[in-house]
Ligand binder design. Structure first.
Ligand code: NAP
Length: 311
């Protein structure tokens, strides 16, 4: 457990890569493009320095636009930011990895990345269709490429100095462990759904042992109600310590040693979700004792996105 740190500025050194990942990250999974721009710019102004993007979110251009406005206004410099994006499932063939990476960079308006993630371990049929399906509606997988093939193409982005670190997302321990063993450049970060109802303790322990950072998505349970944000233990701690339920959940994620992603869409929410600080020991222990278990996003089972509702 991390103690007495300033959660807002805390950075976790990447043992299997170069750099330090800010524990608090802003997630850009926002369907509306105008909202992507305003929420991203708000996040910069509030103080978020870690931005999680993906080609699959179809809004890298708008994230880039918001960042450019902040660069041009002199609010931040590129080197102040920790920038991540993700390779989509249709680009797992090794020859498609670098072009997909370069296309993301171009849309984001960046020259390099801090972290490039394989969005899921599942390879889909290559092509322009994000979710290729057969006549029966089943996803068409690509049997001609392994996760290790894709990983080795991602490793080359590190050796070429294009990305300072690489990692995986939406992966289970039984898939991560063999990839970790086979990799020349080890994953620096593993991004998975994680919240008080899905603490992923075994995966977190493995990541710690191997020097990987677990990056939690949906730390508020994706805002689902009922869900973590309405858990009675969380509500009672929030009232007791004068914080909001969201602040309690986000602080818990950082306090247990993970980095986390949150997606505030208004200035007020951006301020609220950034204003987190360590929980008292008893509150932290009470949350750890919650027994409810619930996975909200089934993307780990098939590679098919659970939360993405884009145009
Ligand atoms: N690797 C993957 O497959 C994957 C999957 C999902 C997400 N992600 C990443 O993780 C990021 C975060 O995921 P997420 O958006 O599911 O996380 P989340 O923060 O758990 O959930 C966001 C939801 O919480 C609500 N919310 C935000 N702040 C709140 C507050 N202070 N009080 C009450 N409700 C609040 C939002 O409501 P409103 O809609 O009203 O704003 C939204 O519905 C994404 O943007 C993306 O970058 C990755």
């Amino acid at each position: 457990m991390i103690k007495y740190a300033d959660f807002q500025t805390m950075r976790i050194p990447l043992k299997n890569g170069t750099g330090q990942i800010p524990a608090v990250g802003f997630g850009t999974l926002i369907a509306d493009l105008a909202l992507t721009i305003s929420a991203t710019r708000d996040a910069v102004d509030v103080g978020y320095r870690h931005f999680d993007c993906a080609e699959r979110y179809q809004n890298e251009r708008e994230v880039g636009e918001a960042l450019k406005s902040a660069f041009d206004a002199g609010v931040i410099k590129r080197q102040d930011l920790f920038m991540t994006t993700k390779l989509w499932n249709t680009n797992h063939r090794p020859e498609r990895v670098k072009p997909a990476f370069e296309a993301s960079l171009k849309r984001l308006g960046l020259d390099d990345l801090d972290l490039y993630l394989a969005h899921t371990p599942f390879a889909f049929q290559p092509g322009e269709e994000f979710d290729p399906r057969d006549a029966a509606g089943n996803i068409i997988y690509d049997k001609g490429v392994t996760l290790l093939d894709t990983w080795q193409a991602m490793e080359r982005l590190v050796t070429e100095g294009k990305s300072r670190a690489i990692g995986l997302s939406d992966i289970k321990l039984e898939q991560l462990a063999p990839l970790y063993e086979a990799a020349t450049i080890k994953p620096a970060v593993v991004q998975v759904e994680s919240h008080i109802y899905l603490p992923e303790t075994e995966l977190l322990d493995f990541c710690r042992e191997k020097g990987m950072v677990l990056l939690a998505f949906a730390p508020l349970g994706h805002g689902m109600r009922p869900g973590p944000i309405e858990d009675p233990v969380v509500l009672s701690i929030a009232a007791r310590i004068g914080k909001t339920p969201a602040q309690v959940l986000l602080a818990w994620a950082v306090q247990r040693g993970t980095a986390m992603l949150t997606t505030p869409k208004t200035t007020a929410r951006a301020l609220e979700n950034f204003d987190i600080s360590p929980l008292p020991e008893d509150a932290f222990a009470e949350i750890n004792a919650i027994k409810t278990r619930q996975r909200l996003n089934q993307v780990v089972e098939s590679g098919s996105p659970g939360f993405i509702r884009l145009k």
